[in-house]
Design a protein around this ligand. Structure first.
Ligand code: NAD
Length: 349
């Protein structure tokens, strides 16, 4: 049976994503929305959607099984806890909280209530991420030595709460949370250290971009960069692996893979460049490398709610676990600490 859903926060993500997807969902039935801004409730009503008068009214409605929280980051804690205490299951938008301490309070409330609680990590369904993950899992070019994941835009931070620290603004908590979660789905190994530097080009209060290196105990590295002042974007994913290289230039493109077939130093013919000869940079040919492009994976973002509802029924494990939520939150906390100190910091739970 479909779960009765209320979306709290009828803004960009609440209205533009959760309500729209709920209206075409095979697992949830949208009962209504609630927004603290009465104009947003009126807007919902004008579109034929029921809008509650208060959060208390939502929580007192016994028909409600599930609440999705899509409000600015600093308001997640209060609403998540109240919803769980009222006996509702909760999907919270990312970043689930502003700190590990806040998240622990939420997890405690979930454990006490016995309700399902998770964070909306919808970018696990991005086809570019699924493509790079598949290349790693197929193992054709061996284990990754370093994966670089980048998002480059040129419009700065949106001029809303995202530009203010007290609301949990900045790019680490915005795009960073997605990109960290994605790479930790690929590297399931212990983290050794975190090194992060931030940019403040268009916003002095919060990071408008960052460079983050996560070093694992094995020596492998994940590098994440978000930039909001990049008028020429760098490729979305670049992976250096034991036996080759993979590149995804843009989320709309297929992955290009080059595998080293033949490694023979003595047969390299030097090439002439403007200022001299080089063997090191001599190009490869089809005898020494194999090159192909990977088909784009299929993805259905409705699977997030399908999984969550199955977890409510006890027929599946929730896709984004509390442990994973905590790990991503901790990496972000240490990224802020590293940026503040200007040095790498060891990973500690
Ligand atoms: P937004 O500013 O467009 O909308 C937020 C809405 O919440 C507004 O309508 C506001 O009036 C309402 N609101 C604020 N405080 C409230 C409260 N206490 N109770 C009820 N309503 C309240 O912001 P947004 O872009 O929709 O972002 C909301 C959340 O979704 C954030 O946590 C953000 O990080 C997340 N988000 C996730 C994705 C994703 O891809 N998963 C994308 C965008 C935003």
């Amino acid at each position: 049976m479909k779960k009765n859903l209320v979306v709290v926060g009828y803004g960009g993500m609440g209205g533009g994503f959760h309500v729209k997807h709920a209206q075409s969902s095979d697992v949830v039935n949208l009962l209504g929305v609630y927004d603290i801004d009465e104009a947003k409730n009126e807007l919902a009503r004008s579109r034929g959607i029921f809008a509650y008068a208060s959060l208390d009214e939502v929580l007192a409605d016994e028909r409600v099984d599930l609440i999705t929280v899509a409000v600015p980051n600093d308001s997640h804690l209060d609403i998540v806890k109240r919803a769980l205490e009222a006996g509702k299951s909760v999907i919270c938008e990312k970043p689930v909280a502003m700190s590990v301490a806040e998240l622990d309070e939420m997890i405690e409330a979930a454990n006490k209530s016995g309700q399902i609680f998770s964070v909306h990590q919808n970018r696990r369904f991005d086809v570019d991420f699924l493509a790079i993950k598949k290349i790693v899992e197929d193992g054709k070019i061996g284990k990754p030595l370093r994966i670089e994941s980048r998002i480059h835009g040129s419009r700065g931070i949106p001029s809303d709460w995202r530009g203010e620290k007290k609301h949990g603004g900045g790019m680490i908590l915005d795009w960073g949370v997605h990109l960290i979660d994605q790479l930790l789905q690929i590297y399931k190994e212990p983290i050794k250290s975190i090194y992060c530097t931030v940019t403040n080009i268009t916003n002095k209060e919060v990071d408008d971009g960052f460079y983050l290196t996560v070093t694992f105990e094995s020596g492998a590295e994940a590098f994440i960069e978000v930039g909001t002042y990049n008028f020429i974007p760098l490729p979305r994913f670049y992976m250096k692996a034991e036996k080759g290289t993979a590149l995804i230039s843009d989320w709309r493109e297929c992955a290009k893979v080059v595998k080293c077939k033949y490694w023979h130093e003595s047969e390299v013919i030097p090439v002439e460049t403007a200022a001299g000869l080089t063997k090191t940079m001599a190009p490869r040919d089809s005898i020494t490398v194999e090159e192909w492009s990977e088909e784009r994976p299929q993805s259905d973002v409705h699977n997030y709610y399908r999984n969550f509802c199955a977890a409510m029924d006890g027929t599946a494990t929730q896709m984004v676990t509390h442990k994973e939520m905590r790990l991503v939150m901790r990496v972000m906390e240490l990224a802020f600490l590293s940026a503040e100190k200007g040095t790498p910091v060891p990973y500690e739970d």
